[in-house]
Write a protein of this length. Structure first.
Length: 76
């Protein structure tokens, strides 16, 4: 079957905005890594497993976003 959808257009994003987004994500990644380390070394780690899972998911998401922004920045 032939694809009749219009081709996707990719918006051009100001490199300054991309750089600011990358900085913000790096800061969030650093913060999340700190929280994860703190919870992993907590004496009562088992009581923090849910928070650890959430923070790890957030960290993974931020890393994916950072990779996407870095790729977008390189293509400009």
């Amino acid at each position: 079957m032939k694809d009749l959808r219009k081709p996707r257009t990719i918006a051009r994003i100001d490199p300054a905005i991309l750089s600011a987004g990358e900085r913000q994500l790096r800061q969030e990644i650093e913060l999340l890594q700190g929280w994860i380390t703190e919870l992993e070394t907590h004496p009562d780690r088992n009581s923090h497993e849910q928070a650890l899972s959430i923070y790890r998911d957030m960290l993974s998401s931020r890393k994916d976003m950072l990779a996407a922004l870095a790729q977008q920045n390189r293509s400009h």
